[in-house]
Design a protein around this ligand. Structure first.
Ligand SMILES: [Zn+2]
Length: 376
C-alpha cells in the first residue's frame, strides 16, 4: 500500500485555485485537474504518512499493467473542448502509424480512453447526441442551410459536423442562446449555450454543441462516457475515473489542435452515455465499464485482495489498514492498493472515493498492452 498526491494540471479552463482543498497549493492560477495514476502525462508523486513528497513517483514502481486506471479531480470554470476518445483499435492503429510516420501528434498513447464523471458539486455537461428533432430546431433558428439540417435529421453525423464547422460564424455563435430559447429549450440549457458563446465567440466548434445532449448532475450522480461518445464538460467539480489514457480528439471549444477526420473516425453512433442516478454511498457500476466506484460517506468497507484499487479522500478523514500497518489519509491523498496487496480495510469519516479496476479490465488492458507493448 502506497500513498500518492495528485499531479496538478493548470489548463486554462480550470477554476482559479479550484482544487486547493486537494492539491494543498494556492497558486493564484487555474487548477483544472489533479491526476492520480502512472500516465506519463501527469505521474503522481508518492508522499509519506505526513503528506510530504518522498521524491519518487508511483510510475517508478508500477506500470500501466499494474495501475490500469487514471483517477482525476476536475474543476471546470468554463466549457472544456468538444471531444471524443478513440476506441481501442483506432487508438492502437493511430498511435502506431503516427509513431512510424512522425506526423502530427493526434494520439497521446496507444490506449482506449473510457471515462466516468461523478459530480462532487452540481455539474453540467454535454454528452451524447441530442434528439435530431431538437438539434435541427435550434440550428434552423440560426439559419443553417436545408442541406445540413437534412443531415442532422437523418443522423448523418459526419456530414452534419463538417457542414456546421463550415457554417460557423461569430454572428451565429452569438445567437446560440437565443436560438436555443426559440427552439423551446429550458432555461438552464439556454444559459449553457450563452456560456459557450461567451467563452468561445469565434470558435467554429461552438456550432457543433447543438448536436449534443445536455445533462445536469447533482452531487453523487454520474455519467459514464465510453470511447466513441462525443462530449464537452461545461462547468463544475467532479471526480473522473478512466482507463489510463490521455487520448483526446477535439472538435472545438479549444485553443489546442482540432482533428476533424480523426474525431469522425472515433465517433460511434451506436453508443450512448449512461446516466447513473446514484447518491454518495451507492455502488456506481455502469454496464460494461472497466471499473466500479463507491463514494463511501462514513463507516467501514473491506477491501479484498486481487484487484487494483485506489482510495482517494475527498473530505474528512479515512484510515486504511492491512497486516502491514495503518495509514490515515488527508483530503487529496490516496491509498494505492495493487492486486497483489493483502486484504485491507477502510474506515471513513467524511467522503472517500473507492475506485476498483474490474477483472474484465485487467484482461482488457493485458490484451491492449500486447498490441502496443514495444511501442509505448
Ligand atoms: Zn473526455
Amino acid at each position: 500500500m502506497l500513498i500518492v498526491r495528485g499531479a496538478v494540471k493548470d489548463y486554462d479552463w480550470g477554476v482559479v485555485d479550484g482544487l486547493q482543498p486537494w492539491s494543498g497549493q494556492t497558486t493564484g492560477g487555474p487548477q483544472a485537474e489533479l491526476w492520480f495514476g502512472v500516465h506519463p502525462g501527469g505521474p503522481s508523486p508518492l508522499v509519506d504518512t505526513g503528506g510530504r513528497p518522498t521524491g519518487e513517483l508511483l510510475a517508478d514502481l508500477f506500470d500501466i499493467e499494474a495501475i490500469p486506471l487514471l483517477v482525476k479531480l476536475l474543476a471546470a470554470a468554463r466549457p472544456l473542448s468538444v471531444q471524443v476518445h478513440p476506441p481501442r483499435q483506432l487508438a492502437a492503429d493511430g498511435w502506431r502509424e503516427q509513431q512510424a510516420s512522425g506526423s502530427a501528434a493526434v494520439y497521446s498513447d496507444p490506449f482506449e480512453k473510457t471515462e466516468m464523471l461523478v459530480a462532487l458539486e452540481e455539474f453540467e455537461a454535454f454528452a451524447g447526441w441530442r434528439s435530431e428533432v431538437e438539434a435541427a430546431a435550434i440550428l434552423e433558428e440560426l439559419g443553417i442551410s436545408e442541406q445540413i439540417l437534412a443531415a442532422v435529421r437523418h443522423r448523418d453525423r459526419a456530414t452534419a459536423i463538417r457542414g456546421l464547422l463550415d457554417a460557423s460564424s461569430p454572428d451565429r455563435i452569438a445567437r446560440l442562446a437565443e436560438a436555443a430559447q426559440a427552439a423551446g429549450l429550458p432555461a438552464e440549457q439556454v444559459a449553457a449555450y450563452a456560456t459557450v458563446a461567451d467563452h468561445y465567440p469565434v470558435d467554429q466548434g461552438a456550432l457543433v454543441t447543438p448536436l449534443l445532449a445536455y445533462l445536469a448532475l447533482q452531487p453523487g450522480q454520474a455519467v459514464y462516457v465510453p470511447a466513441g461518445v462525443p462530449h464537452s464538460y461545461i462547468r463544475g467539480i467532479g471526480l473522473e475515473v478512466m482507463t489510463s489514457s490521455d487520448n483526446v480528439i477535439r472538435l472545438g471549444l479549444t485553443g489546442k489542435p482540432v482533428f476533424v477526420d480523426h474525431a469522425l473516425l472515433a465517433l460511434d453512433d451506436q453508443l450512448a452515455p449512461q446516466f447513473m442516478d446514484t447518491r454518495h454511498g451507492d455502488l456506481i457500476w455502469p454496464v460494461s465499464a472497466p471499473f466500479v466506484v463507491r463514494m463511501l460517506r462514513s463507516g467501514g468497507e473491506r477491501i479484498p485482495s486481487g484487484a487494483y484499487r485506489i482510495l482517494l479522500l475527498i473530505e474528512g478523514t479515512a484510515r486504511v489498514s492491512s497486516e502491514f500497518g495503518e495509514i490515515t489519509l488527508t483530503p487529496g491523498t490516496a491509498a494505492v492498493i495493487s492486486a497483489q496487496d493483502p486484504d485491507s480495510h477502510v474506515e471513513a469519516d467524511g467522503l472517500v472515493a473507492i475506485v476498483q479496476s474490474t477483472a474484465r479490465q485487467t484482461e482488457f488492458v493485458h490484451e491492449r498492452w500486447d498490441v502496443a507493448r514495444n511501442e509505448y
